[in-house]
Design a protein around this ligand. Structure first.
Ligand SMILES: *Cc1c(COP(=O)(O)O)cnc(C)c1O
Length: 382
């Protein structure tokens, strides 16, 4: 088998030039003193964490953000030594000591985490960089306003003992992708109050931050010292309500392509794929696309997902199976090996990840993030 063989079946082309341009576009939306944290969790939303992190840093990001500590440690291990790296989803027993040694900024949402991180700092003999997370209304991770004074007091005590340095105060929005939602100003009010409390108590954070992609794009008053865009960096709009990629000046980074594996003539009345949920309306031609739900093509888009083959967009005929699905080519006879484009930037007539999100009743974040490990990432635009 040659090295390129797996790319012939299918590939996710990752346009790093587009990613760098998106980072610059986002940078231009924020004041010069505002830093940018490139969010590269979940393997950079399926685009490849290390390559995307390097491209984002080249284009002006100075921080990297991940969910888990393991994702953050993997970036350091891959040689990303200069950038600040923050991770925010900690579970009891996670590798705090390794995080201190790797110089990570570690989010703390409650007293159990502060206990574990100070114990680790004692063991390592070095202070931990800690960022206190406020739940300003998302109701997910973060410290409730009622518990904030205790967390701040404990963190300042640990700082006085030389065990932690509180480098940041931060939070996350619930509905920033719904411009005008009343929870947005409400969360900003709570955030300002919690910042004020912490700073009056003596916390001196390097950075205060709350803005994800939609807030970076639409809410300058939420930029504070740093913004944390994820999806917009990958050129995908957080929500059609915020604008299309093109309207936002962003270019989708991932294109999902496959080679048509088989083209054949079939008679009318022929069932197609498991369950025979599609039956050919007349004599036609079918194309076999060698990608399935194991590759992240949502089974929920059965009968609906769009695919460009030749110069026409076709629709998934019947069920998406684990490894493959079929499109009705309506009598056309492209050769086996012809390129099929499931999604891309959209400017050559191909569908977009947003189109697949609509077909699968989900969001474009889920479409790109779930493209499976069996699909090779091919980097272009270095
Ligand atoms: C995922 C995530 C982001 C980035 O969100 P986007 O909507 O993709 O910009 C920012 N901050 C936190 C805490 C996150 O979990």
């Amino acid at each position: 088998m040659t090295q390129t063989a797996p790319h012939r079946r299918a590939r996710a082309e990752i346009d790093l030039g587009a990613l760098r341009a998106n980072v610059r576009t986002l940078r231009a939306r924020v004041a010069p003193h505002v830093q940018m944290m490139a969010v590269v969790k979940a393997d950079a939303y399926g685009h490849g964490a290390v390559r995307c992190a390097r491209a984002a840093l080249d284009a002006g990001a100075t921080w990297l953000g991940t969910a888990t500590p393991h994702e953050a440690l993997a970036l350091r291990a891959a040689g990303l030594r200069e950038a600040r790296i923050m991770c925010w989803l900690w579970t009891p027993g996670d590798p705090w000591a390794e995080g201190i040694e790797a110089g990570l900024d570690m989010s703390v949402s409650g007293t159990w985490a502060l206990r574990e991180v100070t114990e680790a700092a004692q063991a390592v003999g070095r202070p931990a960089r800690v960022q206190l997370k406020a739940d300003t209304g998302l109701g997910r991770n973060g410290c409730q306003p009622a518990d904030w004074p205790e967390l701040v007091t404990e963190a300042l005590k640990a700082e006085a003992q030389g065990l932690v340095r509180v480098t940041g105060l931060w939070s996350h929005f619930a509905c920033a992708d719904e411009p005008g939602h009343p929870s947005i100003p409400a969360q900003l009010d709570v955030f300002r109050t919690m910042l004020d409390h912490a700073e009056k108590a003596g916390v001196r954070p390097e950075v205060r931050h709350i803005a994800n992609s939609p807030a970076t794009l639409t809410l300058p008053e939420a930029h504070f010292d740093l913004v944390r865009p994820g999806i917009a960096m990958y050129g995908v709009s957080p929500d059609p309500a915020v604008g299309t990629s093109a309207e936002l000046g962003l270019r989708p980074v991932m294109s999902l392509k496959a080679s048509v594996a088989l083209v054949k003539r079939v008679p009318g009345g022929h069932g197609v794929s498991y369950g025979h949920h599609y039956v050919t309306p007349g004599e036609t031609t079918l194309g076999l696309i060698p990608l399935g739900y194991a590759d992240g093509v949502p089974r929920h888009a059965s009968g609906r997902g769009p695919v460009l083959v030749g110069d026409r967009v076709r629709t998934v005929a019947g069920r998406v199976a684990m490894d493959q699905f079929v499109v009705d080519l309506d009598g056309d006879l492209p050769e086996a090996g012809t390129e099929a484009v499931l999604f891309g930037p959209g400017d050559r007539g191909e569908p977009t990840a947003q189109d697949w999100a609509v077909a699968a009743d989900t969001i474009a974040y889920e479409i790109v993030t779930r493209i499976g490990a069996r699909v090779p990432r091919v980097y272009v635009g270095e």
